[in-house]
Design a protein around this ligand. Structure first.
Ligand code: TYD
Length: 217
């Protein structure tokens, strides 16, 4: 059963989540340089990773390789497991005192793979990974998000409006469920202009860093 494991919450682990085109990558880059400029130790990372496990997933997402939806769920979970527990991974960096910023984590699997292979398998595979200390959930209408994504060169298999509508609904459910189980999740209205979104993100981050006493002097 899904525990959304809050017993082992990693406090200096901050995750950004949202449908495709919600702006997580832009915000991750911005936050990373913001924290670095303040002299705080940061590791900025993303899932799928650039390791071989993640590269395999990316080939599937591009449509270059065919895979059963269950296989995709296992691959994302394997990539995440290595990303968390491997040498130089999330837990090692967090234990060394870094603030780990990660573009996507287990809620992505619950939302995306939950849609393609049903909720059971991704829940089973992800339920015992530790909870991040803070999750920023970028929420916006799938129509708006897809209009942003349409400008990109190569679209991945999930980047279609009817799929993003399902992923969006799934996100709303899994975010509510995780919050109900004690995850610290801040929902950001990602339809607002970039400056407003950024200001909201900065405020949420600042509040959290104060709480865990990592704000710079
Ligand atoms: P994305 O953050 O969009 O990467 P990029 O900006 O480099 O294209 O992530 C790629 C896709 O992977 C995105 O559509 C969401 C999907 N994904 C899952 O389906 N499950 C997962 O567990 C993760 C981490 C991502």
């Amino acid at each position: 059963m899904l525990r959304f494991d809050t017993d082992s919450t990693v406090k200096n682990f901050i995750v950004l989540e949202g449908i495709d085109g919600s702006g997580t990558t832009t915000q991750l880059r911005r936050l990373s340089s913001l924290l670095e400029r303040r002299g705080l130790p940061v590791m900025a990372t993303a899932e799928p990773t650039s390791r071989p496990e993640g590269a395999l997933v990316r080939r599937i997402l591009k449509g270059e390789l065919d895979a059963d939806p269950g296989t995709v769920a296992y691959l994302f979970a394997a990539d995440r497991n290595q990303h968390l527990y491997g040498a130089g991974g999330i837990l090692a960096a967090a234990a060394a005192g870094k603030i780990v910023l990660c573009d996507r984590y287990s809620l992505s699997s619950l939302a995306y793979q939950g849609m393609t292979c049903g909720p059971e398998l991704p829940r089973r595979l992800n339920g015992e990974f530790p909870a991040p200390g803070l999750t920023l959930f970028f929420r916006l209408a799938p129509e708006v998000a897809m209009a942003r994504v349409a400008a990109r060169d190569q679209l991945e298999i999930y980047e279609k409006l009817h799929i993003q509508k399902l992923v969006s609904a799934a996100y709303d459910e899994v975010v509510a469920e995780a919050a109900g189980r004690g995850w610290n999740i801040v929902t950001i209205d990602a339809e607002k202009p970039l400056e407003e979104v950024s200001a909201r993100v900065d405020a949420a981050l600042e509040e959290y860093l104060q709480r865990i006493s990592m704000a710079s002097p």
